[in-house]
Design a protein around this ligand. Structure first.
Ligand SMILES: [Zn+2]
Length: 296
């Protein structure tokens, strides 16, 4: 077994197979899951406890390290993903198959033990690469020895590039739809390590629900959002602030009062007010507005 190398493949696969908007908690789950799957073929060491010889079909580095087994695990992962509606089934299956396959393909470069039964069930022959630079890690508690540490250090050298890929910082998309060229005031807010739920581009459709934003962001978000609406000719905007203590509503009203492009605003009533909302009427945009807006 190689050890750190397998984990590095799993971590890099988790990073590369997920988009920049995946919430941090789900990325962590993907990392743990794929790192464990990358190590999974070595679960066949339990065969020693059952008295199965190393060289047997179901012994260590036997059928469990084969390409067929990796294919089977990938298919099962795809079916599980489909059943629990976790990601695209084919995509999940392919990523898992790749990660499990990588285990046997890395192990053939290790310098000890028996080879891998890569082509089981077609043949039980064990294979090694002609060039085997990775020192084999000791099995079980011996791993905690000096030799185990040495193996880890050598692997850290070989697999450093993969670990760099795995932990490269993510760039999140801006919150306001880039089609509307957000003002500079938004800069610096797009890489905050928050929960990720608000990292997707904000649709400019005339309805702004403030529930998903932090109260301290409202003062910059609101003028930006209204400016985008005016550029698109949306002059009636509903701002949903919720009921609560009324603090958020007062913040919204204070911001609206100082914006020259706001003709009037009023508390929504009836069906529209069920959520606690303010209806805003905006002045149409004229060619002189941009310069004027910059001056205020
Ligand atoms: Zn192995």
């Amino acid at each position: 077994m190689a050890t750190l190398g397998h984990v590095a493949v799993g971590l890099a696969a988790a990073r590369l197979s997920t988009g920049p908007t995946i919430p941090t908690a789900r990325l962590l789950l993907a990392r743990i899951g794929l790192a464990l799957l990358a190590l999974a073929p070595d679960a066949d060491v339990v065969s020693f406890a059952f008295g199965i010889p190393y060289a047997a079909t179901w012994g260590h580095r036997g059928a469990g390290h084969s390409l067929t087994m990796a294919l089977a695990v990938g298919v099962v992962a795809g079916i599980v993903a489909h059943h629990f509606k976790r990601g695209h089934a084919v995509r999940v299956g392919l990523v898992v198959m790749f990660v499990v396959t990588s285990h046997g393909l890395l192990d053939i470069f290790t310098d000890g033990g028996l080879g891998m039964a890569l082509f089981w069930p077609f043949t039980n022959e064990r294979f090694f690469a002609p060039w085997r630079p990775i020192p084999v890690a000791p099995i079980g508690l011996e791993f905690l020895s000096g030799r185990g540490l040495l193996v880890l250090l050598v692997e850290a050298g070989y697999f450093a590039p993969l670990l760099a890929v795995a932990f490269w910082p993510r760039r999140r998309p801006k919150r306001i739809d880039p089609g509307g060229a957000p003002p500079e005031a938004r800069d610096g807010s797009d890489e905050e390590p928050d929960d990720g739920a608000d990292a997707a581009p904000l649709p400019i459709d005339g309805i702004l629900d403030l529930h998903t934003f932090r109260p301290r962001d409202v003062k910059t978000l609101l003028p930006d959002y209204l400016a985008e609406c005016r550029k698109r000719g949306i002059l009636e905007v509903r701002i949903i602030h919720g009921k609560g203590t009324g603090a958020l509503r007062r913040t919204v009203e204070a911001v609206l009062k100082r914006l020259p492009e706001v003709v009037e605003f009023r508390l929504a009533n009836g069906a529209a007010g069920g959520w606690g909302a303010i209806l805003v009427t905006l002045r149409p945009q004229t060619p002189g507005d941009r310069a004027e807006g910059a001056a205020t």
